[in-house]
Design a protein around this ligand. Structure first.
Ligand code: SF4
Ligand code: SF4
Ligand code: SF4
Ligand code: FES
Length: 357
């Protein structure tokens, strides 16, 4: 086993020891000290674009302000995350960000789950001292799943980086300069006309209301949704996801960084392919064929019929004439049950699953 050397440092008066190679942000988080971030997503390489994670490194009389998300912690460092200088600088950074941001939180989809709104509240930033020029707005395009509001973009680059680093799609990038800077596609094309695969990873990482799930717009506030943890059934990866439910309707699907096996990432099917849940054509009752025609039946009726048929086959031909195929789209638990049912109930080892090969 490779031993990673340790370093000692002091953060806000607390002495700590961490593995060499960690950032100041990671070191602080490891001892329960919270440093605000906007452009940071633990799934991505550090970017240091927003500057709100600023901390102060004590160096005699020449203390330095430095971004904690991309600076490696070194042995002997003394760091202050909440000095007057740090708090003042963070407030100024937030004012600068808000100089190019509309103040319409009341109607914004992200209200209540917006990292910028939370920080503006925490740092009491009501107005910006700087020249303000919020511009842009909701992009009117035919994209069925992603809504973009260019006026809300804080240029944290998380969408650009997740598209490149995780999805490896490179569909979007920064463009223009100054107040006109925004993220988007080449020549302002719709994402539908680019290499974009509509995975929605960019939506998942956007810390503000610039990128949101279009199907969920106007369906409710984040705190009104009940989050139901489940496993995506579209493929054998079995990503952990959360159904955001209100009034018995699934309004969007999200995931969380740190969950296994997908670390908050989802593909187009898991994230956006949930409309079948409430589709009127969806089978909700079992169908049993009677006189050559399928008719709705109760679960008891259908299960009794299946059990009777299994018993008949087993009695007449023996259990070896029954085989069970399960699917990698099922959860491990469901596949285990299929195996147990085949071996313990039917009495045969004729059980297989597509992911075995
Ligand atoms: S993105 Fe955040 S700060 Fe901006 S309007 Fe929406 S809720 Fe408010
Ligand atoms: S939906 Fe996926 S592929 Fe398309 S821009 Fe966003 S991250 Fe990139
Ligand atoms: S769209 Fe969102 S994630 Fe992308 S740069 Fe703007 S604020 Fe950041
Ligand atoms: S979180 Fe460090 S600069 Fe944005």
């Amino acid at each position: 086993m490779v031993m990673v050397p340790k370093i000692k440092l002091t953060i806000d008066g607390k002495a700590t020891e961490i593995a060499k190679g960690k950032t100041i942000l990671q070191a602080a988080n490891s001892i329960g000290i919270n440093i605000p971030t906007l452009c940071h997503d633990p799934r991505l390489e550090p970017f240091a674009g927003c500057r709100v994670c600023m901390v102060e490194i004590e160096r005699g009389n020449t203390n330095a302000l430095i971004t904690s998300c991309n600076t490696e912690a070194t042995d002997g460092m003394t760091i202050r995350t909440n000095s007057e200088k740090v708090l003042k600088t963070r407030k100024m950074v937030l004012e600068l960000i808000l100089s190019d941001h509309p103040k319409d939180c009341m109607t914004c989809e992200k209200c209540g789950s917006c990292k910028l709104q939370d920080l503006a509240y925490e740092y009491n930033v009501r107005e910006s001292r700087f020249f303000e020029q919020p511009d842009g707005g909701v992009v009117n395009d035919r994209n069925p799943v992603i809504q973009k509001d260019t006026s809300k973009c804080i240029l944290c680059g998380r969408c650009v980086r997740i598209c490149a680093e995780i999805q490896q799609d490179y569909a979007i990038d920064f463009k223009n300069r100054g107040f006109d800077t925004e993220t988007g596609t080449p020549f302002g094309k719709s994402l539908l006309d680019t290499t974009c695969v509509l995975c929605g990873q960019c939506v998942s990482t956007c810390p503000v209301g610039s990128l949101v799930e279009k199907q969920a717009v106007g369906k409710g506030r984040e705190w009104e949704f009940k989050q139901v943890k489940t496993t995506c059934a579209y493929c054998g990866v079995g990503c952990t996801m959360y159904l955001n439910v209100t009034g018995n309707q699934v309004v969007k699907v999200t995931s969380k960084v740190g969950t296994i096996p997908n670390d908050g990432n989802l593909c187009i099917k898991g994230r956006f392919g949930y409309d079948f849940i409430h589709h009127p054509d969806r089978l909700k009752q079992p169908l049993v064929k009677k006189n050559g025609k399928f008719e709705e039946a109760t679960w008891d009726e259908a299960l009794n019929l299946i059990a009777t048929k299994f018993r008949e086959i087993k009695a007449k031909h023996g259990p070896e004439h029954i085989g069970v195929f399960s699917s990698s789209r099922c959860t491990n638990e469901e596949n285990y049950l299929a195996m147990k049912f085949t071996r313990a109930v039917i009495g045969t080892n004729n059980v297989d699953q597509c992911a075995r090969t």
